[in-house]
Design a protein around this ligand. Structure first.
Ligand code: T5A
Ligand code: NA
Length: 205
């Protein structure tokens, strides 16, 4: 049986990832294709609840430790992801390992190499959409600045890190366009991947 595609949305805070994930899943389903949404961090698990408290600044945690928790939160969902992908369901994922690396590496004393190690071996996305936002514009969007990491200086470092992570599977989308225009571009590209030749076995990070 044909496997599903692993599609990820990445970008700085408030770039519009959740909005686009939701619309892409709905559009694929409307076209009769099996598709499900996922997000990282998944704040519903035991690990995810701890991450959630950390992000909401309800608790402090040592930086290396919280990095490993973000990665563990992905690993604990791998069996679920693999099961759906093998059943032919496409997964549209709101953030993945690239967020993990780009955000921790923006902290003092961290480098990209160390940050990548805990995620080595995770299923590799077939397609990564990078929602490219002007940081001044992101600041204007609803709720910016409440959670940890939501400062413009930090986001600038995150953006520089993302620039160093991009590879051939990445598609850049201009996040300043309208929600509908971004969605149309994303759907076109995603459909080509979902209907195209997907390598089996899946590649790994
Ligand atoms: N993190 C995450 C790590 O440090 N390590 C990790 O391993 C992982 C996975 C939480 C934090 O965790 C960090 C990164 C983050 O700092 P989260 O739960 O994904 O990650 O964060 P959220 O706060 O839920 O989401 P974001 O802030 O990233 O926002 P989105 O999803 O990019 O944006 P969205 O779609 O919610 O839209 C934001 C606002 O903009 C509007 C929307 O209506 C909404 O009001 N909007 C637009 N407005 C104009 N034009 C458009 N095109 C628009 N698109 C959306
Ligand atoms: Na989001």
């Amino acid at each position: 049986m044909r496997r599903g595609a692993l599609i990820v949305f990445e970008g700085c805070d408030r770039a519009g990832k959740s909005t686009q994930c939701r619309k892409l899943v709905e559009a694929l389903q409307a076209k009769g294709k099996a598709a499900e949404a996922m997000r990282f961090p998944d704040r519903t698990t035991v690990i995810g609840k701890t991450i959630g408290s950390y992000l909401e600044k309800k608790m402090e945690m040592q930086d290396n430790a919280v990095h490993l928790l973000f990665s563990a939160n992905r690993w604990e969902l791998v069996p679920y992801m693999q099961k759906l992908l093998n059943q032919g369901t496409t997964l549209v994922v709101d953030r993945y390992a690239y967020s993990g690396v780009a955000f921790t590496a923006a902290k003092q004393g961290f480098d990209l190499h160390w940050c990548k190690q805990p995620d080595v071996g995770l299923p590799k996305p077939d397609l990564v959409f990078f929602l490219d936002i002007n940081l001044e514009e992101a600041e204007q969007r609803d709720d910016f600045g409440e959670e940890r990491y939501e400062s413009t200086l930090f986001q600038k470092k995150v953006k520089d890190n993302y620039d160093q992570l991009k590879e051939s599977t990445w598609e850049f989308l201009d996040a300043s366009q309208s929600i509908e225009d971004i969605h149309c571009s994303a759907l076109d590209i995603a459909e080509d991947i979902v209907d195209g030749e997907l390598c089996t076995p899946m590649e790994k990070l």
